[in-house]
Design a protein around this ligand. Structure first.
Ligand code: S3P
Length: 424
């Protein structure tokens, strides 16, 4: 599927971005291991989370729709040995977190994914899970896991990754003893917050999280808030397009996820948070953003990277319009996401007219430069496709995105929402 974008317009109105992807994955997984049924309202119905739900159903999770956009999930009583490999699609969160879940069960499970997932590194979870006693084969998908009784470990993750941390914590729920995971800097902490809301005792001291084995979440009710990583495309578009004012409703603004607001502070993008509330220990607010009167350049260093890791492609688009040189460093992890996001963004934006110096761990982008539409490939990466859609919306001429179906993994209504807010 190809999509084309041309018009430069102001963005106006309220919108609800799709529900949070990380939280939807976790709500399905925690429901599968809970001691009683759970209700999940408004889960993200994008392909990534459907991969998680379908894989869990194959393992014994039962589900029924009880209202529009509401699932009643009945935990796996007896885990089912799947009779064929589980398809994780494009989703790193599915394959890595599920690895942690099946690790402590007497199952032999093979998981595979699409061409993008098949290139992504799995040693980062294989290493700690092997230390816990799991038999794990596969440096990249497909991976095969033989689970069983696990021992607790004390593990320092080589990179700040919520996927590594969460895989180990999920395995640790049934391990013998207390597991401690220490990160180089704090990655998103949904697993810790949401698990503790279900009654699991989990402690943090600085960058170390500890969890004693033999614990089980209780069933829960959860209204999934919307995803700041999806809202980001519209918030940046509003910052760039004169006369815009948009409100993203019910956005999860967990401090380990909302680093984009720190960049907005640096750039001078006006924003406001209203109607704060908390659900399953997660903070939620309506986020209103207007057009920036002047766009100052910004700096993202290693410590900030985990708090906005998925927003860097769209922030690279913002940087092309800032007055001066914006610098992104300490972001080597971008090279092993759904695509090599440093290479793909730098290559496409340079072809559109941006001035970019590429580093192994980031880029320096000097602006402002006018952009011109191009034909660009999504590389099976939803965030690349949506970032170039926004770049195309401020560019001269037409931008055509090849492989735009990748957007279905996280934001099935992206195109209609863009149209509704004023871009076509
Ligand atoms: C995710 C964690 C992040 C993020 C991904 C979702 C999660 O990956 O990029 O989109 O749900 O835990 P890492 O924590 O491995 O960087």
């Amino acid at each position: 599927m190809n999509l084309s974008f041309t018009k430069l317009a102001a963005l106006q109105g309220d919108f609800r971005a799709p529900s949070d992807k990380s939280m939807t994955h976790r709500s399905y997984m925690f429901a599968a291991i809970a001691s009683s049924p759970s209700l999940v309202r408004n889960p993200l119905r994008g392909e990534d989370c459907e991969s998680t739900r379908n894989a869990l159903i194959r393992l014994g999770l039962r589900h029924e729709m009880v209202g529009t956009g509401e699932f009643r999930l009945v935990p796996c009583k007896e885990w089912v040995q799947p009779d064929a490999p589980l398809d994780c699609g494009n989703s790193g969160t599915t394959i890595r977190l599920l690895s942690g879940l099946v690790a402590s069960r007497p199952l032999l499970v093979t998981m595979f994914g699409d061409a993008s997932l098949s290139k992504r590194p799995m040693r980062r979870i294989a290493e700690p899970l092997r230390l816990m006693g799991v038999k794990f084969d596969g440096e990249t998908p497909p991976v095969t896991i033989r689970g069983g009784q696990l021992k607790a470990i004390s593990y320092n993750t080589p990179v700040a990754s919520a996927q590594i941390k969460s895989a180990v914590l999920l395995a640790a729920l049934r391990a013998d003893g207390t597991t401690v995971v220490t990160e180089p800097s704090l990655s998103r902490d949904h697993t810790e917050r949401m698990l503790s809301a279900t009654g699991v005792k989990i402690d943090r001291t600085g960058l170390a999280v500890s969890l004693a084995g033999n614990q089980q979440p209780s069933g829960f009710e959860f209204d999934v808030p919307s995803d700041i990583s999806s809202a980001a495309f519209f918030l940046v578009a509003a910052a760039l397009m004169n006369g815009s004012l948009v409100t993203a409703l019910e956005v999860a603004v967990n401090p380990t996820r909302s680093g984009i607001l720190e960049v907005f502070d640096q750039v001078g993008v006006p924003y406001e948070l209203r109607n704060p509330r908390v659900t399953m220990n997660e903070q939620v607010a309506d986020v209103t953003v207007g057009t920036a009167p002047v766009l100052r350049p910004f700096k993202i260093e290693e410590e900030l990277v985990p708090r906005l890791i998925d927003e860097i492609p769209i922030l690279a688009v913002l940087a092309t319009q800032c007055e001066g040189t914006s610098v992104i460093r300490g972001a080597r992890e971008l090279r092993v996401k759904e695509s090599d996001r440093i290479a793909v963004m730098a290559e496409g934006l340079t072809r559109m007219g941006a001035k970019i110096e590429v580093f192994e761990d980031g880029m320096a982008i000097s602006g402002p430069t006018p952009l011109t539409g191009i034909k660009v490939d999504s590389h099976l990466d939803h965030r690349i496709a949506m970032s170039f859609a926004v770049a195309g919306s401020i560019a001269r001429d037409v931008t055509e995105i090849v492989g735009a179906e990748a957007i279905q993994t996280s934001f099935p209504t992206f195109e209609s929402e863009l149209n509704r807010l004023g871009i076509s």
